[in-house]
Every structure is written in C-alpha cells, then in structure tokens.
Write a protein that binds this ligand. Structure first.
Ligand SMILES: [Zn+2]
Length: 172
C-alpha cells in the first residue's frame, strides 16, 4: 500500500473512499468539470502562466487518467504482480498529443471516459478490489485496485479544482 495518506495539494484521503462512493463522486466531478469548460469559453485553451496547463489541457489529462486507471484496474485483476503503464503526464502534452483537443471535444470525452472507469469499477468483486499491483514504473508504490479506483476520484476532484483555479486567474 501507498504510505501517502493525504494529498498535499487538495487534502484528499484515499482511505476515506469506499467503492460505493466512486460512481457518484466521479459523475459529480465530471459534470462540474464540463460546466467549467462551458463557463470558460474562449478562456479554456489559455494557459494563465506558461508553466501551468490550460483548462482544456487539465481536462485532456484527466481523460487520459481515466483511461490509464481503467487499464491498470483491468491489468491488476488479471495479472499477479501487475505493473501499470506510466501516463507520462508532461511528456504527452509536450509531444503535442493534446494540440488538437478543444473544449467541446474534451467535455464530451470526459463524460465517456469517466463512465468507462466507473463501470469497470462497478463490476469488481471484494476480492478483485483487494488485489495489489505496482502503480507504474514511474511511481512504483504497491497499491490495491480499490486505491486505484479512489485515485480516479482524487484525480477528478483535484484537477476540477485546478480548472476552477484557472478560471479565477483568467476571469477574476
Ligand atoms: Zn489532490
């Protein structure tokens, strides 16, 4: 298990999340993120600072987090001692993979990917949720499948706060 108890950025506590909480929290965070994208309008693709992602980039990152976590969950339920695929969060942005993403497309995709993740989590048995795996080569901590599901909630809520923070910086 990870020895990280709470996120230093947003205070999220992984152990506080029960599997039954995951669908509702994922849906609420996604719906709120879609609202931020709509509210931001022309501000959505703008970086408030050079080294800070735009709202579109945060949304695209979260979309890829949903997909990556879903694959990790599936891998860990099938393989013993699975190692999750690293997301390379900055590398994929810097390599231009988000360059053609727009507020409209990522808003749609976030709703799809959050549903893909929450439906995968909803199928898991208590035994599957308790299985351990290595999160990724870049973050080689031992976690459970349930922890990964909670991480889906965390990433969604944490980056929703980033997106709202961008909005406050761009349209004070
Ligand atoms: Zn956080």
């Amino acid at each position: 298990m990870s020895d990280v108890l709470s996120c230093p950025g947003c205070g999220f506590i992984w152990d506080d999340v029960a599997v039954r909480d995951v669908p509702g929290r994922l849906e609420r965070a996604t719906s709120a993120f879609v609202d931020v994208l709509a509210t931001a309008g022309e501000l959505a693709p703008i970086r408030p600072e050079l080294d800070r992602w735009s709202i579109v980039e945060y949304a695209a990152h979260l979309r890829d987090v949903h997909l990556t976590l879903r694959e990790r969950v599936i891998l860990a339920t099938i393989l013993d001692d699975a190692v999750g695929t690293p997301i390379f969060r900055d590398e994929r942005v810097n390599a231009g993979f988000y360059a053609s993403d727009t507020a409209n497309t990522v808003a749609h995709e976030l709703q799809v990917t959050s549903q893909l993740l929450l439906r995968a989590v909803a199928t898991l048995s208590p035994e599957q949720l308790a299985r351990e795996f290595t999160y990724s080569p870049a973050s080689p901590m031992r976690v459970t499948v349930l922890w990964a599901a909670a991480q889906g909630v965390h990433e969604s809520e944490h980056h929703l706060a980033d997106a709202r923070d961008n909005l406050a910086r761009l349209a004070p």
